[in-house]
Ligand binder design. Structure first.
Ligand code: PRF
Ligand code: ZN
Length: 374
C-alpha cells in the first residue's frame, strides 16, 4: 500500500470538478484543498495551532530551502519535519526542481543533475534526481515530488521537448531511488511548456510510470490565464480518476475556482501569505491594500463578510496603523485573514461540487470580486 490514497467521492455534473478525500499517514484531507506554504518549515507568521484553527490539514514545505538551511540531516535527527516544526498533520515537500531554477543563479543543467549557486551565500551545490529524493526521504513529508525542470515562459518547442524528455528520465530515476513508499508517496510532475503535444506526451509517460498522484508543473509562470486553463483542459482528462491531481504554485482565488472546475484536487501558493505581509488582503469584493492612506480612519473590518479572528476583532484603521508602525501583529492579522479566506473558498467550492453548482459559484465570484485578466 502506498502512503496516501485518493478516494473519489463525487464527480460534478456540468464540469470536471470532483470531490474527494486524500488519506495520508497524518490524517484525511477533503479535496479540492489549498495548501498553505511553509517554505522554511514554518508558514510565515503562523503557529501550527493557529493553522489548525484556520482549518489547514496539509501544508507544503521546500526541499531546496531546508537542504540549504538547516540541512536535511538536522531535520532527520530531530525526528523528521513533522516533529521538527511541531505539525502533526500532513506535509508535502516540493523537490527543489522549481526553486533551483527560480532562485539560484548560475545553474548548469546536465543529464546527471543541476549544479547551482546558493541564493544565501553563493556556495556551489549539485542536486540530482537521486539526491532530491534522498533529501526528501530525510525530511519525511507524507507526499514528495519528483525532481523536474520547470521551463521558462515563453520557450522554443525544441528546447521544451528535450527538457521534457530529460524530466521524464529523471522521474524514472526518482522512482527507482524512492524505496519506502508506505511512509511517503512520490508524485510525478507533468511538464511540457504550453505545447499541447508535449503536455499530452508528458501526461501519458507519467501515467505509464504509475505514480500515486500527479502534479501539473510549469504553469502560472507568467503566461496569460487563458493559456493556463487550456493546458489544464488538455492535460487533466489524461490523468486517472483514482489518483489526486495537484496544480503547483497556483493560488489566486479565481485560479482555484477555475482549477477545481477542470478537475484539480490540490493547490499551493505563497500568494496569500506573501501579499498579507505587504498589507494586501483578499476580500469578498476583491483585493484591498489595507496599508493605503484611504483606510486611515476606516473602522470597518478588512472584509465586512468575513468571520476570521482578524475581521471579528480589528478595524482597517488599526491594522493600517500596525503596518505604519511596523508592528508584527499587522502581518499576523492579514496572514490569518488571507489563509482563512482561501480555506473558506475551498469549503465553498467543495459544497458547490456537492450541490452541482460550481459554475454558478464562479459567475457569482467574478461578479463580486472582479475579473483579473492576468
Ligand atoms: N515544478 C516544481 N515545483 C513547482 C513548479 C514546477 O513546475 C511550479 C510552477 N508553477 C511551482 N512549484 N517542482
Ligand atoms: Zn477576515
Amino acid at each position: 500500500m502506498d502512503a496516501i490514497s485518493y478516494e473519489l467521492i463525487k464527480k460534478s455534473n456540468g464540469c470536471d470538478a470532483r470531490l474527494g478525500k486524500l488519506h495520508t499517514p497524518h490524517g484525511v484531507i477533503d479535496t479540492p484543498v489549498f495548501m498553505p506554504v511553509g517554505t522554511q518549515a514554518t508558514v510565515k507568521a503562523m503557529s501550527p495551532d493557529e493553522l489548525k484553527d484556520l482549518g489547514a490539514h496539509i501544508i507544503l514545505s521546500n526541499t531546496y530551502h531546508l537542504y540549504m538551511r538547516p540541512g536535511e540531516k538536522l531535520v532527520k535527527k530531530s525526528g523528521g519535519l513533522h516533529k521538527f516544526m511541531n505539525w502533526d498533520r500532513a506535509i508535502l515537500t516540493d523537490s527543489g526542481g522549481f526553486q533551483v531554477f527560480s532562485l539560484s543563479n548560475l545553474r548548469d543543467i546536465k543529464e546527471e543533475g543541476v549544479t547551482f549557486k546558493s541564493h544565501i551565500d553563493g556556495s556551489k551545490h549539485f542536486i540530482s534526481p537521486e539526491k532530491a529524493i534522498e533529501i526528501q526521504n530525510d525530511l519525511g513529508a507524507d507526499i514528495i515530488m519528483c525532481f523536474d525542470e520547470c521551463l521558462p515562459y515563453p520557450v522554443e518547442h525544441d528546447y521544451a521537448s528535450s527538457s521534457l524528455n530529460r524530466t521524464i528520465r529523471w522521474a524514472v530515476r526518482c522512482k527507482e531511488t524512492h524505496k519506502d513508499t508506505e511512509r511517503q508517496s512520490l508524485f510525478g510532475i507533468i511538464q511540457g511548456g504550453m505545447f499541447k503535444d508535449l503536455r499530452e506526451r508528458s501526461a501519458k509517460e507519467m501515467v505509464a510510470l504509475d505514480f500515486p498522484g500527479y502534479s501539473i508543473g510549469g504553469l502560472s509562470i507568467g503566461e496569460p490565464k487563458p493559456i493556463m486553463y487550456d493546458v489544464l483542459d488538455w492535460t487533466v482528462h489524461l490523468l486517472p480518476d483514482n489518483k489526486p491531481r495537484y496544480l503547483m504554485g497556483v493560488g489566486s482565488p479565481d485560479c482555484l475556482i477555475e482549477g477545481a472546475i477542470r478537475g484539480v484536487d490540490m493547490f499551493d501558493c505563497v500568494l496569500p501569505t506573501r501579499i498579507a505581509r505587504n498589507g494586501t488582503v483578499f476580500t469578498s469584493q476583491g483585493k484591498l491594500v489595507v496599508r493605503n492612506a484611504e483606510y486611515a480612519e476606516d473602522l470597518r473590518p478588512m472584509d465586512t463578510e468575513c468571520d476570521c479572528y482578524a475581521c471579528r476583532n480589528y478595524s482597517r484603521a488599526y491594522i493600517r496603523h500596525l503596518f505604519k508602525a511596523k508592528e508584527i501583529l499587522g502581518a499576523r492579522l492579514t496572514t490569518i485573514h488571507n489563509l482563512h479566506f482561501l480555506i473558506k473558498l475551498m469549503e465553498k467550492i467543495r459544497q458547490a461540487i456537492k450541490d452541482d453548482n460550481l459554475l454558478k459559484l464562479r459567475d457569482e465570484f467574478y461578479a463580486k470580486y472582479g475579473y483579473n485578466r492576468d
